[in-house]
Design a protein around this ligand. Structure first.
Ligand SMILES: Cc1cc2nc3c(=O)[nH]c(=O)nc-3n(C[C@H](O)[C@H](O)[C@H](O)COP(=O)(O)OP(=O)(O)OC[C@H]3O[C@@H](n4cnc5c(N)ncnc54)[C@H](O)[C@@H]3O)c2cc1C
Length: 394
Protein backbone atom coordinates (compact mmCIF):
# COMPACT_ATOMS: atom_id res chain seq x y z
CA UNK A 1 0.00 0.00 0.00
CA UNK A 2 1.06 3.64 -0.55
CA UNK A 3 3.67 2.64 -3.14
CA UNK A 4 6.54 2.34 -0.67
CA UNK A 5 9.91 1.14 -1.99
CA UNK A 6 11.79 -1.80 -0.47
CA UNK A 7 14.08 0.65 1.36
CA UNK A 8 11.04 2.54 2.72
CA UNK A 9 9.45 -0.68 3.93
CA UNK A 10 12.72 -1.77 5.52
CA UNK A 11 13.13 1.32 7.70
CA UNK A 12 9.41 1.34 8.45
CA UNK A 13 9.61 -2.28 9.67
CA UNK A 14 12.62 -1.50 11.87
CA UNK A 15 10.80 1.48 13.41
CA UNK A 16 7.64 -0.57 13.91
CA UNK A 17 9.53 -3.34 15.67
CA UNK A 18 11.25 -0.75 17.88
CA UNK A 19 7.91 0.85 18.81
CA UNK A 20 6.57 -2.60 19.66
CA UNK A 21 9.55 -3.06 22.00
CA UNK A 22 8.69 0.21 23.79
CA UNK A 23 4.95 -0.37 24.20
CA UNK A 24 5.29 -2.75 27.20
CA UNK A 25 6.99 0.10 29.16
CA UNK A 26 4.12 2.57 28.75
CA UNK A 27 2.19 1.87 31.94
CA UNK A 28 5.32 1.92 34.11
CA UNK A 29 6.27 5.27 32.53
CA UNK A 30 2.75 6.61 33.04
CA UNK A 31 2.61 5.70 36.71
CA UNK A 32 6.22 6.72 37.49
CA UNK A 33 6.48 9.96 35.50
CA UNK A 34 8.87 8.36 33.02
CA UNK A 35 11.37 5.52 33.04
CA UNK A 36 14.65 5.26 34.99
CA UNK A 37 17.57 6.95 33.21
CA UNK A 38 19.42 3.70 32.53
CA UNK A 39 16.40 2.24 30.74
CA UNK A 40 15.96 5.40 28.66
CA UNK A 41 19.67 5.25 27.77
CA UNK A 42 19.27 1.62 26.69
CA UNK A 43 16.29 2.55 24.48
CA UNK A 44 18.27 5.39 22.92
CA UNK A 45 21.18 3.04 22.20
CA UNK A 46 18.77 0.61 20.55
CA UNK A 47 17.26 3.40 18.40
CA UNK A 48 20.78 4.30 17.27
CA UNK A 49 21.68 0.69 16.48
CA UNK A 50 18.52 0.35 14.39
CA UNK A 51 19.35 3.49 12.38
CA UNK A 52 16.34 5.40 13.73
CA UNK A 53 18.29 8.26 15.35
CA UNK A 54 19.08 11.53 13.52
CA UNK A 55 17.44 10.28 10.33
CA UNK A 56 17.07 13.94 9.33
CA UNK A 57 20.81 14.77 9.33
CA UNK A 58 23.15 14.16 6.39
CA UNK A 59 25.33 11.07 6.36
CA UNK A 60 28.40 13.32 6.00
CA UNK A 61 27.71 14.51 9.56
CA UNK A 62 26.92 11.07 10.93
CA UNK A 63 23.15 11.20 10.47
CA UNK A 64 20.87 8.81 8.63
CA UNK A 65 20.57 10.96 5.50
CA UNK A 66 17.01 9.76 4.99
CA UNK A 67 14.61 11.32 2.49
CA UNK A 68 11.61 13.13 4.00
CA UNK A 69 9.31 10.15 3.39
CA UNK A 70 11.53 7.80 5.41
CA UNK A 71 11.84 10.36 8.22
CA UNK A 72 8.05 10.43 8.29
CA UNK A 73 7.81 6.63 8.32
CA UNK A 74 10.10 6.44 11.37
CA UNK A 75 8.35 9.19 13.33
CA UNK A 76 4.97 7.72 12.46
CA UNK A 77 5.92 4.40 14.04
CA UNK A 78 7.37 5.92 17.22
CA UNK A 79 4.19 8.01 17.42
CA UNK A 80 2.35 4.75 18.19
CA UNK A 81 3.91 4.80 21.66
CA UNK A 82 2.68 6.97 24.56
CA UNK A 83 4.58 8.75 27.35
CA UNK A 84 7.13 10.17 24.89
CA UNK A 85 9.09 6.92 25.08
CA UNK A 86 9.60 7.23 21.33
CA UNK A 87 11.46 10.53 21.72
CA UNK A 88 14.68 8.51 22.01
CA UNK A 89 14.49 8.25 18.19
CA UNK A 90 15.46 11.93 18.21
CA UNK A 91 15.72 14.35 15.31
CA UNK A 92 18.50 16.85 16.14
CA UNK A 93 18.34 20.34 14.57
CA UNK A 94 18.68 19.73 10.84
CA UNK A 95 18.39 23.51 10.26
CA UNK A 96 21.69 24.03 12.05
CA UNK A 97 24.43 22.83 9.62
CA UNK A 98 24.08 25.66 7.05
CA UNK A 99 24.47 28.39 9.71
CA UNK A 100 26.75 26.65 12.22
CA UNK A 101 30.42 27.64 12.50
CA UNK A 102 33.00 24.80 12.47
CA UNK A 103 33.41 25.39 16.20
CA UNK A 104 29.66 25.13 16.82
CA UNK A 105 29.49 21.98 14.72
CA UNK A 106 32.28 20.41 16.76
CA UNK A 107 31.03 21.51 20.18
CA UNK A 108 27.28 21.11 19.73
CA UNK A 109 25.84 19.51 16.60
CA UNK A 110 28.19 16.59 15.99
CA UNK A 111 28.03 15.37 19.62
CA UNK A 112 24.24 15.69 19.40
CA UNK A 113 24.14 13.51 16.30
CA UNK A 114 26.37 11.01 18.13
CA UNK A 115 23.82 10.99 20.96
CA UNK A 116 26.28 12.52 23.45
CA UNK A 117 24.59 15.92 23.85
CA UNK A 118 20.94 17.07 23.84
CA UNK A 119 19.40 20.41 22.96
CA UNK A 120 16.34 22.32 24.10
CA UNK A 121 14.67 25.53 22.89
CA UNK A 122 14.03 28.62 25.02
CA UNK A 123 11.95 30.85 22.75
CA UNK A 124 8.38 31.21 24.08
CA UNK A 125 7.63 33.75 26.83
CA UNK A 126 4.56 34.51 28.93
CA UNK A 127 3.52 37.21 26.45
CA UNK A 128 5.02 35.74 23.27
CA UNK A 129 4.03 32.39 21.80
CA UNK A 130 2.15 32.54 18.51
CA UNK A 131 3.59 36.03 18.08
CA UNK A 132 7.29 35.29 18.59
CA UNK A 133 8.12 38.84 17.56
CA UNK A 134 6.70 40.00 20.90
CA UNK A 135 9.58 38.44 22.89
CA UNK A 136 11.19 40.76 25.41
CA UNK A 137 14.35 38.75 26.16
CA UNK A 138 17.44 40.81 25.45
CA UNK A 139 20.98 40.28 24.19
CA UNK A 140 23.57 43.00 24.71
CA UNK A 141 27.04 42.86 23.18
CA UNK A 142 29.78 43.34 25.74
CA UNK A 143 33.25 43.03 24.22
CA UNK A 144 33.83 39.44 23.18
CA UNK A 145 30.73 38.27 25.00
CA UNK A 146 26.96 38.66 24.96
CA UNK A 147 24.86 39.32 28.05
CA UNK A 148 21.51 37.52 27.94
CA UNK A 149 18.37 38.26 29.98
CA UNK A 150 14.86 36.87 29.73
CA UNK A 151 12.18 34.66 31.21
CA UNK A 152 11.26 31.68 29.05
CA UNK A 153 8.21 29.41 29.30
CA UNK A 154 7.60 25.77 28.37
CA UNK A 155 11.29 24.92 27.87
CA UNK A 156 10.81 21.28 26.85
CA UNK A 157 13.55 18.87 27.92
CA UNK A 158 15.37 21.46 30.04
CA UNK A 159 15.81 18.70 32.64
CA UNK A 160 17.50 16.33 30.18
CA UNK A 161 19.29 18.75 27.82
CA UNK A 162 22.84 20.01 28.28
CA UNK A 163 22.51 23.08 26.04
CA UNK A 164 19.74 25.31 24.82
CA UNK A 165 18.95 27.65 21.97
CA UNK A 166 17.97 30.99 23.50
CA UNK A 167 16.16 33.59 21.40
CA UNK A 168 16.39 37.28 22.25
CA UNK A 169 16.24 40.75 20.72
CA UNK A 170 19.34 42.81 20.45
CA UNK A 171 19.53 45.80 22.78
CA UNK A 172 22.12 48.50 23.40
CA UNK A 173 20.60 49.44 26.73
CA UNK A 174 22.62 48.89 29.92
CA UNK A 175 19.32 48.24 31.69
CA UNK A 176 18.01 44.73 31.81
CA UNK A 177 14.51 44.49 30.34
CA UNK A 178 12.62 44.67 27.08
CA UNK A 179 14.72 45.01 23.94
CA UNK A 180 14.29 48.00 21.70
CA UNK A 181 11.14 47.37 19.61
CA UNK A 182 13.06 47.15 16.36
CA UNK A 183 15.92 45.13 17.82
CA UNK A 184 16.72 42.24 15.53
CA UNK A 185 16.17 38.66 16.69
CA UNK A 186 19.28 36.75 17.72
CA UNK A 187 19.76 33.12 18.63
CA UNK A 188 22.40 31.85 21.07
CA UNK A 189 23.81 28.59 22.31
CA UNK A 190 23.80 28.42 26.10
CA UNK A 191 25.47 25.53 27.91
CA UNK A 192 23.50 23.95 30.73
CA UNK A 193 24.04 24.50 33.53
CA UNK A 194 25.44 28.05 33.23
CA UNK A 195 25.70 30.81 35.87
CA UNK A 196 22.50 32.91 35.74
CA UNK A 197 20.27 30.15 34.31
CA UNK A 198 17.73 28.95 36.89
CA UNK A 199 14.40 27.14 36.98
CA UNK A 200 11.63 29.37 38.33
CA UNK A 201 9.19 26.49 38.59
CA UNK A 202 8.27 23.25 36.86
CA UNK A 203 4.50 23.21 36.24
CA UNK A 204 2.65 19.90 35.83
CA UNK A 205 1.22 19.34 32.34
CA UNK A 206 -1.56 17.09 31.00
CA UNK A 207 0.81 14.38 29.85
CA UNK A 208 3.05 12.19 32.02
CA UNK A 209 6.50 12.12 30.46
CA UNK A 210 10.04 12.32 31.76
CA UNK A 211 10.75 15.52 29.80
CA UNK A 212 9.70 18.60 31.79
CA UNK A 213 8.73 22.04 30.49
CA UNK A 214 9.89 24.48 33.18
CA UNK A 215 9.77 28.25 33.28
CA UNK A 216 13.43 29.29 33.15
CA UNK A 217 15.03 32.59 34.12
CA UNK A 218 18.13 33.81 32.25
CA UNK A 219 19.69 36.54 34.37
CA UNK A 220 22.87 38.24 33.15
CA UNK A 221 23.95 35.04 31.42
CA UNK A 222 27.28 35.64 29.71
CA UNK A 223 28.12 33.64 26.58
CA UNK A 224 31.12 34.01 24.24
CA UNK A 225 30.54 35.79 20.93
CA UNK A 226 31.25 32.42 19.29
CA UNK A 227 27.90 31.18 20.66
CA UNK A 228 25.83 33.49 18.44
CA UNK A 229 24.07 31.32 15.85
CA UNK A 230 24.47 32.62 12.30
CA UNK A 231 25.41 36.14 11.38
CA UNK A 232 23.92 38.93 13.49
CA UNK A 233 20.30 39.08 12.45
CA UNK A 234 20.77 36.05 10.23
CA UNK A 235 20.48 33.36 12.86
CA UNK A 236 16.74 33.27 12.48
CA UNK A 237 16.87 32.08 8.90
CA UNK A 238 16.50 28.61 10.31
CA UNK A 239 13.03 29.04 11.74
CA UNK A 240 10.85 28.58 8.65
CA UNK A 241 12.73 25.46 7.64
CA UNK A 242 12.56 24.04 11.16
CA UNK A 243 8.85 24.76 11.44
CA UNK A 244 8.25 22.92 8.18
CA UNK A 245 10.21 19.94 9.43
CA UNK A 246 8.70 19.85 12.90
CA UNK A 247 5.15 20.25 11.62
CA UNK A 248 5.59 17.31 9.28
CA UNK A 249 7.00 15.20 12.10
CA UNK A 250 4.11 16.18 14.41
CA UNK A 251 1.75 15.07 11.63
CA UNK A 252 3.63 11.77 11.34
CA UNK A 253 3.49 11.02 15.06
CA UNK A 254 -0.23 11.86 15.10
CA UNK A 255 -0.87 9.42 12.24
CA UNK A 256 1.01 6.74 14.19
CA UNK A 257 -0.99 7.47 17.33
CA UNK A 258 -4.24 7.26 15.38
CA UNK A 259 -3.23 3.92 13.86
CA UNK A 260 -2.54 2.48 17.30
CA UNK A 261 -5.88 3.77 18.59
CA UNK A 262 -7.84 2.44 15.64
CA UNK A 263 -6.18 -0.96 16.03
CA UNK A 264 -6.76 -1.13 19.79
CA UNK A 265 -10.33 0.14 19.78
CA UNK A 266 -11.46 -2.07 16.89
CA UNK A 267 -9.93 -5.15 18.53
CA UNK A 268 -11.71 -4.31 21.76
CA UNK A 269 -15.00 -3.58 20.00
CA UNK A 270 -14.89 -6.91 18.19
CA UNK A 271 -14.36 -8.81 21.46
CA UNK A 272 -16.55 -6.91 23.94
CA UNK A 273 -20.08 -8.29 23.98
CA UNK A 274 -22.87 -6.05 25.28
CA UNK A 275 -26.60 -6.67 24.90
CA UNK A 276 -25.81 -10.07 23.39
CA UNK A 277 -23.62 -8.84 20.53
CA UNK A 278 -20.12 -7.49 19.94
CA UNK A 279 -20.25 -3.73 20.41
CA UNK A 280 -18.59 -3.34 16.98
CA UNK A 281 -21.92 -4.60 15.57
CA UNK A 282 -23.86 -1.82 17.27
CA UNK A 283 -24.32 0.83 14.62
CA UNK A 284 -23.32 3.76 16.79
CA UNK A 285 -20.00 2.11 17.74
CA UNK A 286 -19.41 0.87 14.19
CA UNK A 287 -19.77 4.46 13.01
CA UNK A 288 -16.97 5.58 15.34
CA UNK A 289 -14.70 2.82 14.05
CA UNK A 290 -15.50 3.56 10.41
CA UNK A 291 -15.01 7.32 10.76
CA UNK A 292 -11.69 6.79 12.54
CA UNK A 293 -10.10 4.47 10.00
CA UNK A 294 -11.39 6.58 7.11
CA UNK A 295 -9.85 9.74 8.57
CA UNK A 296 -6.61 7.86 9.26
CA UNK A 297 -6.38 6.81 5.61
CA UNK A 298 -7.02 10.37 4.45
CA UNK A 299 -4.47 11.78 6.92
CA UNK A 300 -1.78 9.28 6.01
CA UNK A 301 -2.27 9.85 2.28
CA UNK A 302 -1.88 13.61 2.82
CA UNK A 303 1.16 13.04 5.03
CA UNK A 304 3.02 10.75 2.63
CA UNK A 305 2.21 12.90 -0.40
CA UNK A 306 3.52 15.99 1.43
CA UNK A 307 6.78 14.17 2.21
CA UNK A 308 7.09 12.87 -1.35
CA UNK A 309 6.61 16.37 -2.75
CA UNK A 310 9.52 17.57 -0.58
CA UNK A 311 11.72 14.72 -1.84
CA UNK A 312 10.75 15.41 -5.47
CA UNK A 313 11.37 19.14 -5.36
CA UNK A 314 13.22 20.30 -2.24
CA UNK A 315 13.56 23.79 -3.71
CA UNK A 316 9.80 24.39 -3.71
CA UNK A 317 9.74 25.54 -0.11
CA UNK A 318 6.61 27.68 -0.53
CA UNK A 319 4.42 24.71 -1.41
CA UNK A 320 6.10 22.62 1.26
CA UNK A 321 5.45 25.31 3.86
CA UNK A 322 1.70 25.32 3.17
CA UNK A 323 1.43 21.56 2.78
CA UNK A 324 3.34 20.85 6.02
CA UNK A 325 0.88 23.17 7.77
CA UNK A 326 -1.99 21.27 6.12
CA UNK A 327 -0.53 17.95 7.23
CA UNK A 328 -0.02 19.15 10.80
CA UNK A 329 -3.46 20.72 10.98
CA UNK A 330 -5.31 17.72 9.61
CA UNK A 331 -3.33 14.94 11.28
CA UNK A 332 -3.37 16.56 14.73
CA UNK A 333 -7.07 17.39 14.59
CA UNK A 334 -7.82 13.90 13.22
CA UNK A 335 -5.81 12.21 15.98
CA UNK A 336 -7.66 14.25 18.60
CA UNK A 337 -11.01 13.11 17.20
CA UNK A 338 -9.86 9.49 17.04
CA UNK A 339 -8.59 9.58 20.64
CA UNK A 340 -11.90 11.00 21.83
CA UNK A 341 -13.80 8.22 20.05
CA UNK A 342 -11.38 5.59 21.36
CA UNK A 343 -12.07 6.61 24.97
CA UNK A 344 -15.79 6.32 24.21
CA UNK A 345 -15.47 2.89 22.59
CA UNK A 346 -13.50 1.57 25.58
CA UNK A 347 -16.14 2.96 27.94
CA UNK A 348 -15.06 3.01 31.60
CA UNK A 349 -11.82 1.24 30.70
CA UNK A 350 -10.99 4.14 28.42
CA UNK A 351 -10.85 6.46 31.42
CA UNK A 352 -8.19 4.41 33.22
CA UNK A 353 -4.61 5.61 33.03
CA UNK A 354 -3.46 2.11 32.17
CA UNK A 355 -5.48 2.36 28.93
CA UNK A 356 -3.79 3.63 25.77
CA UNK A 357 -6.83 5.69 24.77
CA UNK A 358 -6.79 7.63 28.04
CA UNK A 359 -3.11 8.47 27.67
CA UNK A 360 -3.38 9.51 24.05
CA UNK A 361 -6.53 11.51 24.82
CA UNK A 362 -4.38 13.75 27.04
CA UNK A 363 -1.12 13.55 25.12
CA UNK A 364 -2.46 14.38 21.69
CA UNK A 365 -4.08 17.61 22.84
CA UNK A 366 -0.81 19.51 22.70
CA UNK A 367 -0.22 18.54 19.06
CA UNK A 368 -2.80 21.20 18.16
CA UNK A 369 -0.89 23.79 20.17
CA UNK A 370 2.89 23.45 19.86
CA UNK A 371 4.87 24.13 16.68
CA UNK A 372 2.14 26.64 15.84
CA UNK A 373 -1.47 26.26 16.94
CA UNK A 374 -4.18 25.01 14.58
CA UNK A 375 -5.30 28.62 14.16
CA UNK A 376 -1.82 29.69 13.07
CA UNK A 377 -1.65 26.76 10.59
CA UNK A 378 -4.99 27.86 9.14
CA UNK A 379 -3.69 31.43 8.76
CA UNK A 380 -0.60 30.17 6.88
CA UNK A 381 -2.66 27.90 4.62
CA UNK A 382 -5.29 30.55 3.86
CA UNK A 383 -2.62 33.18 3.10
CA UNK A 384 -0.96 30.90 0.55
CA UNK A 385 -4.30 29.82 -0.88
CA UNK A 386 -5.36 33.40 -1.54
CA UNK A 387 -2.00 34.45 -3.01
CA UNK A 388 -1.09 31.32 -5.02
CA UNK A 389 -4.41 29.64 -5.75
CA UNK A 390 -5.88 26.24 -5.04
CA UNK A 391 -3.88 24.30 -7.65
CA UNK A 392 -0.60 25.31 -5.99
CA UNK A 393 -1.68 23.75 -2.71
CA UNK A 394 -3.93 20.80 -3.52
C1 LIG B 1 3.89 21.10 26.38
C2 LIG B 1 4.45 22.30 25.67
C3 LIG B 1 5.78 22.28 25.29
C4 LIG B 1 6.34 23.39 24.64
N1 LIG B 1 7.68 23.39 24.35
C5 LIG B 1 8.27 24.54 23.94
C6 LIG B 1 9.71 24.64 23.82
O1 LIG B 1 10.42 23.67 24.01
N2 LIG B 1 10.25 25.84 23.50
C7 LIG B 1 9.49 26.93 23.27
O2 LIG B 1 10.06 27.98 22.99
N3 LIG B 1 8.12 26.88 23.33
C8 LIG B 1 7.50 25.71 23.67
N4 LIG B 1 6.13 25.65 23.80
C9 LIG B 1 5.34 26.83 23.49
C10 LIG B 1 4.42 26.66 22.30
O3 LIG B 1 5.13 26.75 21.10
C11 LIG B 1 3.33 27.75 22.42
O4 LIG B 1 2.51 27.38 23.52
C12 LIG B 1 2.49 27.90 21.17
O5 LIG B 1 3.24 28.44 20.11
C13 LIG B 1 1.28 28.83 21.42
O6 LIG B 1 1.68 30.01 22.02
P1 LIG B 1 0.96 30.51 23.37
O7 LIG B 1 0.94 29.38 24.32
O8 LIG B 1 1.60 31.76 23.79
O9 LIG B 1 -0.53 30.78 22.93
P2 LIG B 1 -1.11 32.19 22.41
O10 LIG B 1 -0.22 32.73 21.37
O11 LIG B 1 -1.37 33.04 23.64
O12 LIG B 1 -2.47 31.76 21.78
C14 LIG B 1 -3.69 31.66 22.55
C15 LIG B 1 -4.82 31.37 21.58
O13 LIG B 1 -4.95 32.47 20.64
C16 LIG B 1 -4.84 31.99 19.31
N5 LIG B 1 -4.15 32.97 18.50
C17 LIG B 1 -2.99 33.63 18.78
N6 LIG B 1 -2.62 34.42 17.76
C18 LIG B 1 -3.55 34.25 16.79
C19 LIG B 1 -3.73 34.77 15.49
N7 LIG B 1 -2.85 35.63 14.95
N8 LIG B 1 -4.80 34.35 14.78
C20 LIG B 1 -5.69 33.47 15.29
N9 LIG B 1 -5.58 32.95 16.52
C21 LIG B 1 -4.51 33.31 17.26
C22 LIG B 1 -4.06 30.70 19.43
O14 LIG B 1 -4.29 29.85 18.33
C23 LIG B 1 -4.60 30.12 20.73
O15 LIG B 1 -5.81 29.47 20.49
C24 LIG B 1 5.53 24.53 24.37
C25 LIG B 1 4.19 24.51 24.74
C26 LIG B 1 3.64 23.42 25.37
C27 LIG B 1 2.20 23.44 25.79
Amino acid sequence: MYGLSAADEDIQARARAFADELIPFEVEAELSGGLPDDLTAAHKKRAMELGLFATNLPRSLGGGGCPALQQVLVQEQVGRVTNALGWVAATPPSWFPPVATPDQLARYLLPTIRGEREECYAITEEGAGSDVDAITATARRDGDTWLLNGLKWHVTSFNTADYCFFQAKRTESEERGPGSPDGEHLLFLVDLPSPGVSVVRTPAYSHTISHHHPIVAFTDVRVPAANLVGAEGGGMLYSREWFRFERLMVAARCAGAAERLVAEMSEFAAARVAGGTAIARHGLVAGMLADSVTELFAARSLLYETARAIDRDPADTKTAHAQCSMAKLYCSEMAGRVADRAVQVFGGRGYMRENVAERFFRELRVERIWEGTSEIQRMIIARQLTTRGVTALA
